[in-house]
Ligand binder design. Structure first.
Ligand code: NAI
Length: 735
């Protein structure tokens, strides 16, 4: 389909000749109503005549098009827009094109040379655009073009005034792109090259002749069409070629040393690295740009949810949260490569020591059972947070200096490998409004190749970002659970060392808050604090030792809420309560009795079932695992599920064509129950499925309806109830 502009009203400034004229003709030819603006000035801005605009209008009308002339200077922005409204009743598209030149070497540039250029190019584009803005905003459509120049982008001898104004237009366009996005107002910038009276003094005549304005106009038309979703782009265009420009930034270097003033010598020493574009990044927003600076100061932080002062006060950018836009957005995937070195370093970081001979399997790569600690699963996924991806999510305009790490959930689907490459994919699962702040739930799936290895949920608290009218809770949140009321069944105490944070940070969280006293002081702490995820590691290994014989394959999941900071050197006391395969935990600082991790628990695989692979290898039923989990879910949420589902489900699991197990999921009576064996009364619906297909369904790989039609899943009783299966199996869909 050809691109039509029927019904659209276009204003082209400086359209009496050169490029502007070409745009006006091209828009009119495709059905637009065009306001042809031109002051009729000479190239230096002198003189005035209506002839230039009139001629173009005549040419358009002669071809059957719709056009009116306007002879005002772009410095009278309102008048230009008024002409469009009077003649055609609206304004949809604005091409800021009018321009003059007053080239002088810099020393000879007069005030007038400077001011005139700024007034026509920069101030003129500002005034006309501002006059159009509210009309575009109200109609939720607008396309704006700014015209820059290679002289502005790269600099050019004799054009200081012109290049300053021209690059100023790029800055203007960048911000309009940000502010206009939600109103469907897109603003892009072109740096054209074309033969015109502006270039005939600098280009040889045959080049002026061959670089036709017709080779630029189609690009302007495309950028202004409703189909084009480009916004904030910068393009060079000429001779039929179009290229896009963007910023590139070197990896850079931190030149500040702990406890030392920053020095120019340190800058000199790192100069080559600062300017080295190997592995350069391409930041495209102020958030992305700020993030790398702020991450040096205040990367997403944990443990300080009770102490918002820890968020370092920096210039706060305008905040705005729009859950509808943000939820479901994905961050760019991150990869993490590691060897046994990282596993060992992590184990040392969370306090493992050769003093305990059982720790050797986590500290010595030559050990026959050498393994990676399960909580290492947070390390590959944290890059998604650290790399500042959150800053690029639409609908999450937040002040990154106010971000705290509130809670963490980690679940392993496989024991972690001890080396390799893992890829993590992060999604904004939900955004909650807690009044005093916002909570962002970030779900991160980590894969080895195609295989899902673990799932993390980061719960990030943004101080001061609440009050946007969002919901307070989310069913996607992995909720913390209080421990039973009785005295703990077991207690483990371990002291952290003075260098615990210094060691733990080597696993990838380089926030100076954990090592730099002056930085910690800015955050309101007497001295650097331990990483919350370090205490998390301590607590998890206490459980692993107490209840799982230090066997990492027994570990399934962990949830914690970070309450208060721990100082390196303090002792951590983990209290544990065993409730089946769930171990509730609470962590306190022994010296102060302050609770530091609350609502926490570790889920273990049963001793006999071990990890899922072992189960299948051992010939056991895979479905048992899922039923065990459903049982746990019913324990937590039974009453709620009974309300939603109100039915008894009978299950018959087959293997090699034989009935091998029966289960009952009772979501009708009391607060629900799961038990092995058939239901004593009559189940509302009974489902027969093979062990393998059941796993497929539970993992979301096989849709229950499809399985039914394919004869893989048989249903007796109230067949409609099978639609409620999703409520029960939902948690597995992400597997
Ligand atoms: P041009 O001189 O043919 O067209 C500019 C038009 O703007 C003229 O018709 C002039 O009367 C009008 N104008 C000047 N001051 C005005 C004012 N205050 N209010 C309303 N109209 C006014 O020049 P050309 O080459 O077509 O340039 C168009 C735009 O493209 C300019 O902004 C120029 O800076 C830019 N540009 C052009 C390049 C080229 O290779 N032709 C290179 C880089 C940028």
């Amino acid at each position: 389909m050809s691109l039509s502009f029927e019904g659209r009203v276009v204003l082209v400034t400086g359209a009496g000749g050169g490029l502007g004229k070409e745009y006006a003709l091209a828009f009119a030819e495709r059905g637009a109503s065009v306001v042809v603006n031109d002051l009729g000035a000479d190239t230096k801005g002198g003189g005035k005549s209506s002839a230039a605009a009139d001629k173009v209008v005549e040419e358009i009308r002669a071809k059957g098009g719709k056009a009116v002339a306007n002879y005002d200077s772009v410095e009278d922005g309102e008048k230009l827009i008024q002409t469009a409204l009077d003649a055609f009743g609206r304004i949809d598209i604005l091409v800021n094109n009018a321009g003059i030149l007053r080239d002088r070497s810099f020393a000879r540039t007069s005030d007038l040379d400077w001011d005139l250029i700024q007034r026509v190019h920069l101030r003129g584009s500002f005034l006309v655009t501002r006059a159009a803005w509210n009309h575009m905003k109200n109609q939720k459509f607008g396309r704006i073009i700014m015209t820059t120049s290679a002289a502005g982008i790269y600099g050019n001898f004799g054009q200081a005034n012109y290049s300053a104004a021209k690059l100023g237009l790029v800055g203007l366009a960048n911000t309009l792109a940000v502010e206009g996005r939600k109103y469907n107002i897109f603003c892009n910038t072109i740096a054209p090259v074309a033969g015109s009276r502006l270039t005939e003094t600098v280009m040889p005549p045959d080049l002026v002749e061959s670089l036709k304005p017709e080779y630029v106009a189609p690009m302007v038309l495309w950028l202004c069409h409703e189909q084009c979703q480009e916004n904030g782009g910068l393009f060079e265009v000429g001779a039929g070629w179009i290229g896009k420009l963007r910023w590139e930034r070197s990896q850079g270097r931190i030149v500040r040393q702990m406890n030392q003033p920053m020095s120019p010598e340190a800058v000199r020493e790192q100069w080559d690295k600062i300017c080295d574009f190997t592995d350069a990044t391409k930041p495209s927003s102020v958030q992305e740009s700020l993030q790398s600076v702020v991450s040096v100061l205040s990367r997403v932080e944990e443990e300080v949810s009770a102490s918002p002062t820890a968020a370092v006060a920096m210039a706060s950018s305008a905040s705005g949260i729009n859950p509808a836009e943000a939820v479901g957005q994905k961050l760019p995937p991150t990869t993490f490569s590691f060897t046994h070195t990282q596993c060992i370093l992590y184990a040392l970081g969370v306090g493992m020591s050769t003093k305990d001979p059982e720790h050797l399997r986590f500290l010595y790569e030559g050990h026959s059972d050498f393994s990676c600690l399960p909580t290492f699963g947070v390390i590959p996924s944290q890059a998604a947070m650290m790399d500042g991806g959150l800053g690029s999510i639409p609908g999450l305009n937040i002040d990154f200096t106010q971000v705290l790490h509130g809670e963490q959930y980690l679940e392993l689907y496989k024991p972690l490998p001890t080396s390799g490459q893992l890829t993590s994919e992060a999604t904004i699962a939900d955004v909650l409004d807690k009044g005093s702040g916002a909570v962002i739930l970030l779900d991160v799936n980590t894969y080895s190749g195609d295989e899902l290895i673990c799932y993390n949920q980061f719960s990030v608290f943004v101080v001061g970002a609440g009050g946007f009218g969002g919901k307070r809770t989310s069913e996607k949140a992995k909720a913390p659970l209080p421990p039973p009321k009785r005295a703990p069944d077991a207690v483990a105490i371990d002291s952290t060392t003075k260098d615990q944070a210094a060691l733990y940070r080597l696993s990838g969280d380089w926030n100076p808050l954990h090592i730099d006293p002056s930085f910690a002081a800015m955050g309101g702490f007497k001295s650097p604090i331990l990483h919350g995820l370090c205490s998390f590691g301590f607590a998890a290994r206490h459980v692993l030792k107490q209840y799982a014989n230090n066997d990492p394959s027994r570990f399934k999941a962990i949830k914690v809420r970070f309450v208060k900071p721990v100082m390196p050197g303090q002792s951590l006391q983990t209290e544990m309560w065993k409730e089946g395969n769930r171990i509730h935990i609470q962590c306190t600082v022994k010296e102060t009795d302050a609770v530091v991790l609350s609502g926490a628990y570790v889920d273990l695989h049963g001793a006999s079932e071990a990890s899922p692979e072992n189960l299948t290898k051992g010939g056991g039923l895979q479905s048992e695992l899922v039923f065990a989990e459903i049982g746990r879910r019913i324990k937590d949420l039974g009453a709620e599920l009974v309300k939603k589902v109100n039915a008894v489900f009978g299950w018959e699991i087959t293997k090699d064509g034989k009935n091998v197990a029966q289960w009952t999921i009772d979501l009708k009576n009391g607060s629900g129950a799961l038990h092995e064996g058939p239901y004593s009364g009559k189940a509302d619906v009974t489902i027969t499925v093979s062990d393998e297909d059941f796993m497929e369904v539970a993992q979301g790989k096989l849709n229950p309806q499809k399985a039914f039609f394919a004869g893989k899943l048989k249903v007796r009783g109230n067949i409609m109830l099978s639609q409620k299966l999703e409520v029960i199996l939902k948690d597995y869909a992400k597997l």
